[in-house]
Design a protein around this ligand. Structure first.
Ligand SMILES: *Cc1c(COP(=O)(O)O)cnc(C)c1O
Length: 366
């Protein structure tokens, strides 16, 4: 068994690596949280102790992301995937299309669900470029009557990331930020609704963070199933039913960890540095190749191939890396190749170790 100091060098895409200090604190508080005589998992979601955790988790998100007063922060279940359905169910207006920006696997899933609710338009797509770049801001063509516009801020599988968001004016912008929330600064006010499954940059799976402008929480029909209406959760402060209590607790600790490092500005610097080290090693190698256009490359999920897709060599790479403690380097089953997910909590030393390994591997197999 590995001890705490011999943790895997974890490149998993999600669920993914968490900060060691957060795990240690959770361990310390596991049997007795703040003199309650019980773990967070064992306490009532209506207790004073849990109320404190929920309040601090929400306040943490508000501070770290600079969320204005006219937005609510919700902790829901069903993953980011349920938001693919809840967003159109609540935000689609009759006879007003929903405008999607299609940038890959996850936006496709969202479009498929929206089409069950109403008329979808493609405001932009990078499918002709096989999603290896993002649409330029000026290529986005919105219907002025659109119910809302939709984008995925970081394409976890294709390895692209928006760092500047379109200005959609009166049309509410919805963002799936599952794989890059908390990784860089941005203006929440550009969005009407943001959602993120927790298991990449926030905490454990089982909790989904939704940041919603208060007026939009009132838009959906009151005839929708009660759990699928945003207003149910805004009115009850995420306590309509039992929320994912332990996940919310870890999310709070992660917020404190982000703040202890210097907040989003510090995360942004660190992520740019980490990704830069890895992309440079790929570009300079003449052996590895990143298919994504430079300006759209993700700082979270670095996607690359060996010799334009030598699958046997890629398999060998993944196996040998694993033998050296580096796990999760195979690309998503939908696209193949290699992928290093280097979320906020992935230490820079892990990236340097990977780069050293890549150099050795190239020498032996180049
Ligand atoms: C992982 C991921 C999802 C799916 O999340 P679930 O919580 O498993 O439903 C959706 N969108 C993006 C961008 C993701 O990275």
């Amino acid at each position: 068994m590995k001890t705490a100091m011999e943790r895997a060098i974890n490149f998993n895409a999600g669920p993914a690596v968490l900060p060691v200090s957060v795990l240690e604190r959770a361990r310390e508080e596991m049997l007795n949280f703040e003199n309650t005589g019980m773990s967070v998992m064992e306490m009532s979601h209506r207790s004073k102790a849990f109320e404190g955790i929920l309040t601090k988790a929400i306040a943490g998100f508000r501070r770290v992301l600079g969320i204005p007063e006219n937005y609510d922060v919700l902790f829901l279940q069903g993953g980011a995937t349920l938001q693919f359905s809840m967003v159109p169910m609540n935000l689609c207006l009759s006879n007003q299309p929903m405008d999607y920006i299609h940038t890959g696997y996850w936006s496709k899933k969202a479009i498929d669900e929206a089409e069950k609710v109403g008329t979808c338009r493609l405001a932009a797509t990078s499918e002709p470029q096989k999603f290896m770049r993002l649409p330029r801001l000026e290529e986005i063509k919105l219907d002025e009557k659109a119910s809302y516009a939709y984008l995925c801020s970081n394409n976890t599988i294709e390895g692209t990331q928006w760092r500047e968001f379109p200005d959609t004016g009166e049309i509410p912008l919805v963002g799936d930020m599952s794989s890059d929330i908390l990784s860089h600064r941005f203006d929440v006010r550009k969005f009407g609704l943001i959602f993120a499954g927790a298991q990449k940059n926030i905490g454990p799976s089982g909790v989904t963070v939704v940041i919603i402008r208060k007026d939009l929480a009132e838009r959906g029909s009151a005839k929708l199933p009660v759990m699928l209406q945003y207003r149910t959760h805004t009115k009850n402060n995420s306590l309509y039913n039992t929320p994912p209590t332990f996940g919310i607790y870890i999310a709070w600790l992660v917020m404190e960890w982000v703040e202890s490092l210097g907040g989003l500005a510090a995360m942004e610097r660190l992520n740019e540095e980490k990704a830069g080290i890895l992309y440079r090693a790929i570009d300079e190698s003449g052996f590895y190749r990143c298919p994504v256009e430079k300006q759209d490359r993700s700082w979270m999920n670095v996607v690359y191939r060996i010799k334009d897709g030598d699958e046997a060599l890629e398999k060998k790479f993944v196996e040998e890396a694993k033998a050296q403690g580096m796990v999760g380097l195979q690309g998503h089953r939908a696209v193949g190749g290699l992928r290093a997910s280097i979320y906020n909590a992935h230490p820079i030393e892990g990236v340097k170790t990977l780069v050293d390994f890549m150099k050795e591997f190239r020498k032996k197999n180049g």
